[in-house]
Design a protein around this ligand. Structure first.
Ligand SMILES: [Mg+2]
Length: 230
């Protein structure tokens, strides 16, 4: 039996951690940025601080009912940088350095099986798209990576929608872009809460991309993107 349920007509993908990966890793980029601004931290110290800061911002978004905007996204990253790299000589310059870094295609790589998976799904007649909690910086990456071209026509970015994943309003926008019922959409992503549970709550099909096999109990999961073709 194919992995994709037979009533699925559209497949939407999360961006970061699903198709796009920071290279070098975010903690090592942060550690380099810290060093440029006079603060010496190991990548593992950065990782611990980053995760704590990131979670605090997630909690703030829960309290705000997942409302977002480009301004909110800039504020989110400003606070995360400030909390993670407290002690740098010039926080605003350090934030600007990191913000600009992650806008550059050279800071990212695309998973190697992406082109094969997207082109094959497209040839099988699926409507394809992307649904991301990243911000307008995603456009420069979509322009740079030819592998992502099959998604280009239907890109939903939370900062533009005004609601982020896992908010229902975000997934309503995915459904609208897909042009079919939520039950005919499969949402594929690496985050249990934002992608898998969010899409499920919106009555979509959901697939967790569990690259590090951390979530064996999630019913619908793959550990490689290419499994979507099985
Ligand atoms: Mg992700």
């Amino acid at each position: 039996m194919p992995l994709i349920p037979s009533d699925v007509r559209a497949v939407f993908f999360d961006a970061v951690g699903t198709l796009l990966f920071p290279e070098p890793s975010a903690p090592s980029v942060y550690a380099d940025a810290a060093r440029l601004f006079g603060l010496h931290l190991s990548a593992s110290e950065v990782r611990t601080r980053f995760i704590a800061a990131y979670r605090r911002e997630e909690a703030a978004d829960v309290a705000a009912k997942w409302v977002t905007s480009e301004d909110r996204e800039r504020d989110r990253w400003r606070v995360i940088v400030a909390d993670t790299l407290a002690g740098v000589t010039d926080l605003e310059a350090c934030y600007g350095y990191l913000f600009d870094h992650f806008a550059k295609p050279s800071a990212w790589h695309v998973a190697p099986d992406t082109a094969e998976v997207l082109l094959t799904l497209q040839s099988r007649g699926f409507i394809l798209g992307m649904g991301s909690n990243y911000d307008a910086r995603l456009w420069s990456l979509l322009d740079a990576f030819q592998e992502l071209a099959p998604l280009r026509e239907r890109v939903i970015i939370s900062a533009a929608v005004g609601v982020r994943k896992p908010g229902l309003g975000f997934f309503h926008e995915v459904t609208r872009a897909a042009g079919c019922e939520p039950g005919s959409v499969l949402f594929v992503g690496d985050d249990v809460g934002n992608d898998y549970e969010g899409a499920t709550a919106a009555e979509m099909h959901a697939m967790l991309l569990d690259l590090h096999a951390k979530h064996p109990n999630v019913p619908h999961r793959i550990t490689q993107l290419v499994e979507l073709l099985y």
